[in-house]
Design a protein around this ligand. Structure first.
Ligand code: 5GP
Length: 277
C-alpha cells in the first residue's frame, strides 16, 4: 500500500489516497485557522502534536467500545483512517458554558452546567456552521431520525469516557465537537466517529490555574498554543500509558497491510517522549 494523490485539503489536514480505496491517509499540517478561516497561521509542531493527540484519544475510545475510523499512526504527521462518507452535521457537548453558548445566551463563561448540553450544527463554512435541531436534520435529509439519536448517544458516551480521563489529569473537558459518518465500503454499517479529537476542536481548562489548553489560545491571542496542547496531552496520557495499548502502533493485520515497516521505525505511542519533545 502506497501514499497516493491528494484527495482533499482542509484548513489543518490533507487527505491522501492509498492504493486501497477503503483507506486514506490523514496528514496533520502545522496550519491553524479560526473564525471560518478569517484568522490563519502556522504553529511549529502542531501537525505532529495533533496527530499523536488524536491517536491517543481515538485508541482510548476504541478500547472503550466506541467505533471510530482510526486505523493506526503511520509517522509523525500521518495516520491511516477508513475512507468515510461523513454526515453534514457537527455534534457539540458542553459540560461548562463557554464560546458560542455564552455569547448566544448571555451566560458567563465558566458557568458549570448541572448536566451536559448537546447541540447540533450544520457543517457549512459560508453560513458559519449555524445551530440546527433534530427536525432540521431529519426533514432536510442530512441524517435519518435513527442516526440523529445514535449521534446523541455516541457523543454522550464519548463524554462519559473523556471527561473522567481529563479529570484525572486535573483538566476540565469544557466542550468538544464530534463528526460522524459511515465507512465508504460499509454504507449500511455502524455509524463511526470520524475527523479528529484534538485541542483544535475541544476546550480544555487547567483546573488549578484556569489556563486554557486549546485553540482558544490562538483565537484569543494568548500565546504558547502548542506548549499547552502538549501539556494537555502529556497530563492526560500520563495516567494511561503505564500499559501502552498494543494496537495503537501496530493496528490490526487487515487494517495495516503494507504499513508495518513504516510503523516499526516509530517510537511506541506509550512512550511519554511523544509529548515532551
Ligand atoms: P462553540 O460553539 O462554543 O464555538 O464551540 C464548541 C466546541 O466545539 C469548541 O470546543 C470548539 O472548538 C468546537 N467546534 C465547534 N465548531 C467547530 C469547527 O468548525 N471546527 C473545530 N475544529 N471545532 C469546532
Amino acid at each position: 500500500m502506497n501514499k497516493g494523490q491528494e484527495l482533499y485539503r482542509g484548513k489543518a489536514k490533507t487527505v491522501y489516497a492509498t492504493d486501497d480505496p477503503n483507506w486514506v491517509i490523514m496528514h496533520y499540517r502545522d496550519d491553524v485557522s479560526a473564525f471560518d478561516g478569517a484568522k490563519i497561521a502556522q504553529l511549529e509542531k502542531k501537525g505532529e502534536t495533533n496527530n499523536y493527540f488524536n491517536a491517543f484519544i481515538m485508541q482510548k475510545l476504541e478500547n472503550e467500545g466506541v467505533k471510530t475510523h482510526f486505523g493506526k499512526i503511520l509517522n509523525e504527521r500521518e495516520s491511516l483512517v477508513r475512507t468515510m462518507k461523513m454526515l453534514k452535521v457537527e455534534c457539540v457537548v458542553r459540560n461548562i458554558c463557554a464560546g458560542s453558548m455564552s455569547k448566544r445566551l448571555g451566560i458567563e463563561e465558566g458557568t458549570r452546567l448541572p448536566e451536559p448540553i448537546f447541540e447540533f450544527f450544520y457543517k457549512n463554512d459560508a453560513l458559519h456552521d449555524p445551530m440546527v435541531n433534530d427536525d432540521h436534520i431529519r426533514v432536510l435529509g442530512w441524517a435519518s431520525e435513527d442516526d440523529v439519536q445514535r449521534m446523541r448517544i455516541k457523543t454522550r458516551r464519548v463524554n462519559n469516557i473523556l471527561k473522567p480521563l481529563f479529570e484525572a489529569a486535573d483538566i476540565d473537558l469544557v466542550d468538544y465537537k464530534l463528526e460522524f459518518g459511515r465507512a465508504a465500503d460499509d454504507p449500511s454499517g455502524p455509524l463511526l466517529l470520524g475527523d479528529e479529537f484534538t485541542p483544535d476542536g475541544c476546550r480544555l481548562w487547567d483546573k488549578k490555574t484556569g489556563e486554557k489548553m486549546d485553540k482558544d489560545r490562538f483565537r484569543r491571542d494568548l500565546g504558547s498554543v502548542i506548549d499547552f496542547y502538549r501539556e494537555a496531552a502529556r497530563a492526560a496520557s500520563a495516567f494511561h500509558f503505564k500499559n501502552p495499548p498494543e494496537t495503537l502502533m501496530n493496528g490490526t493485520p487487515q487494517q495495516t497491510a503494507g504499513y508495518s515497516s513504516a510503523s516499526n521505525n516509530l517510537p511506541r505511542m506509550g512512550e511519554q517522549k511523544f509529548f515532551c519533545i
